[in-house]
Design a protein around this ligand. Structure first.
Ligand code: FAD
Length: 410
C-alpha cells in the first residue's frame, strides 16, 4: 500500500524493516522458542548495531544522539519496530522513555538536557512518567490530580501517591505531575517536576501483577505504585513553565498517541503475517484454512481496517503541524486501539491452540494490545472529546419541519 510518506521516511523505514527482519525478529523467535530471554547487556548490543545502521533513537535530535527525524518522517519506522516485542527497545524508541525524551527536549533547561536527556537517549538512564493516581485521585479525569508540590525557598516539597508509573522500578528519574497552585484551575496550576528516584521520600512501593508482562526481556519493567513523602527537589527541576504541566503533557501525548498507533499497527500487521502463514499450511476438513471463505472475508476486513487506521494516523500527524489536532488524534487513537485489538484477536483465533501457546508471539501481542484501549486516554474519554465537537454546530434547521405535539394538524 502506498502512503506517500516522504522519501526520507520511506528510506529510514526500509532500513528499520531490514534491521527487524535480519537481527531482531530472529532473536525474538529464539527467545520465544527456548526461553532464553534478552538481558540489558544484550540489548546494548542491539543499540550498537542500530547506531552502526544510523537507526538509533530516530525521534531524537542529532545533538542529543538521535537521528533527528521530524515527527511525520519517524512514524513509518515506529510501525516497523512495532512488529517485534522488543523492536522499539532495540532502537531506543520505547515508551515511556521516548515520550519522556520528547518532554525533556521541549521543556527541559540546558542543565536538565545535559544531565538527563543525553544519558536517557544513550540508555545510561531510564525514566518513568508519574501522572495517574489511585482511586480518588487523577485518572481518566486528570483534573482530579491530588499530588501536590509546595514551594519552600528554592525547593519543591512533593507529597502524593501514584500508580501506573511504568518502569519506575528500573527508572533513574520520574517526571511527576503535581498541583503547584492549589487555587488555580488544575489545567493552569499543575507542573511537571523531574524527581531523581534516589531522592529521600520516594518509595517504589511495588510492581503489581498485570495483564501482559515480560515479553522477551529478562527484566520485568512493570508498572509501579509510587509514594512521594516530603520529597525535596530544586525548583529548577520544573520541566517547562510552572503551571504549564497540562499543556506540556498534551504536547507529549498528542504525538505519543500517534507513535503508539503506529507501533500497534505494526504489531497487528505482524499478527496477520503469522496468521496467514499458519492458515496457508494448516489443513482442516479437506482444504487449508486459507481456503475457507469465512476466514478469508475476516482477513480482508482486517486488512481494510488496518489500512484505514494507518491512514488516520498519518492524517492526524499532518494536522499536528498546524494545530493540536485534538479531534484527529482522538479519532486515530480510538479507531486504531479498537481495530488492532480486533485484528490480533482474529489472528489468535485463526491459529487455534498455537494462537494461545507462546511459541508464537500472538498471545503476547494479545496481552500487549488490550491496555491500548485504556492508556493514552480510554476509548470513552476520546469519544467524549469527539462527540463534544460533533455536537458543537448542530444544524437545527434540519428538523424545523418535524411535527410537534399540539401543533395545528397538517
Ligand atoms: C499498560 C498501562 C500503562 C500505563 N502507563 C502509565 C504511565 O506510564 N504513567 C501514568 O501516569 N499512567 C499510566 N497508565 C495509566 C493510564 O493512563 C490510566 O489507566 C488511564 O488514564 C485511565 O485512568 P484510570 O485507570 O484511573 O481509569 P478510571 O478513570 O477509573 O476510568 C475507568 C474506565 O471508565 C471509563 N470512563 C472514564 N471516563 C468516562 C466517561 N467520561 N464516560 C464514559 N466512560 C468513562 C473508561 O472506560 C475507563 O477505562 C498506564 C495504564 C496502563 C494500562
Amino acid at each position: 500500500m502506498e502512503y506517500h510518506d516522504s522519501e526520507k521516511a520511506k528510506e529510514v523505514a526500509t532500513r528499520v524493516e531490514a534491521f527487524m527482519d535480519e537481527e531482531v525478529l530472529p532473536r525474538e523467535r529464539e527467545a520465544l522458542r527456548t526461553g532464553d530471554l534478552i538481558s540489558f547487556d544484550e540489548l546494548a548490543e542491539y543499540w550498537e548495531m542500530a547506531k552502526e545502521r544510523d537507526l538509533f533513537a530516530p525521534q531524537v535530535p542529532e545533538e542529543y544522539g538521535g537521528q533527528g527525524l521530524d515527527f511525520r518522517d519517524m512514524l513509518p519506522s515506529f510501525e516497523q519496530v512495532g512488529r517485534s516485542l522488543f523492536g522499539a527497545l532495540a532502537i531506543r524508541a520505547n515508551a515511556p522513555d521516548e515520550g519522556n525524551m520528547h518532554t525533556l527536549e521541549i521543556g527541559g533547561s540546558e542543565r536538565i538536557k545535559e544531565e538527563y536527556l543525553r544519558p536517557l537517549v544513550q540508555g545510561e538512564k531510564w525514566s518513568a512518567f508519574s501522572m495517574t493516581e489511585p482511586m480518588g485521585g487523577g485518572g481518566s479525569d486528570p483534573k482530579m490530580l491530588r499530588t501536590t508540590a509546595e514551594k519552600d525557598g528554592d525547593e519543591w516539597v512533593i507529597n502524593g501517591h501514584k500508580w501506573w508509573s511504568s518502569q519506575a522500578k528500573i527508572a533513574d528519574f520520574l517526571l511527576v505531575m503535581a498541583r503547584t497552585d492549589p487555587d488555580a484551575h488544575p489545567y493552569e496550576g499543575t507542573s511537571i517536576i523531574l524527581v531523581p528516584k534516589d531522592t529521600d521520600g520516594v518509595e517504589i512501593v511495588r510492581n503489581y501483577p498485570v495483564l501482559g508482562g515480560h515479553g522477551v526481556m529478562e527484566t520485568e519493567f512493570g508498572h509501579a505504585e509510587v509514594a512521594y513523602d516530603n520529597v525535596r527537589v530544586p525548583v529548577d527541576n520544573t520541566i517547562g513553565e510552572e503551571g504549564g504541566g497540562f499543556r506540556l503533557a498534551q504536547l507529549r501525548l498528542g504525538g505519543g498517541r500517534l507513535t503508539h498507533c503506529m507501533r500497534y499497527c505494526g504489531m497487528a500487521e505482524r499478527a496477520l503475517d503469522v496468521a496467514k502463514a499458519y492458515m496457508t499450511e494448516r489443513e482442516a476438513f479437506g482444504s487449508t484454512l486459507a481456503d475457507k471463505q469465512a476466514l478469508r472475508h475476516r482477513i480482508a476486513d482486517a486488512e481494510t481496517k488496518l489500512h484505514v487506521a494507518r491512514t488516520a494516523s498519518r492524517h492526524a500527524a499532518r494536522e499536528l503541524d498546524n494545530s493540536d489536532a485534538r479531534i484527529e488524534v482522538a479519532m486515530a487513537k480510538t479507531f486504531t486501539a479498537n481495530v488492532t485489538n480486533e485484528i490480533i484477536d482474529l489472528a489468535v483465533q485463526c491459529c487455534g491452540g498455537n494462537g494461545i501457546a507462546k511459541d508464537l508471539p500472538l498471545a503476547h501481542f494479545y496481552e500487549e494490545v488490550r491496555p491500548f484501549r485504556i492508556f493514552d486516554g480510554a476509548d470513552e474519554v476520546h469519544r467524549r472529546t469527539i462527540a463534544r465537537d460533533a455536537f458543537e454546530d448542530v444544524k437545527t434547521e434540519e428538523v424545523e419541519h418535524v411535527l410537534r405535539f399540539g401543533e395545528p394538524h397538517r
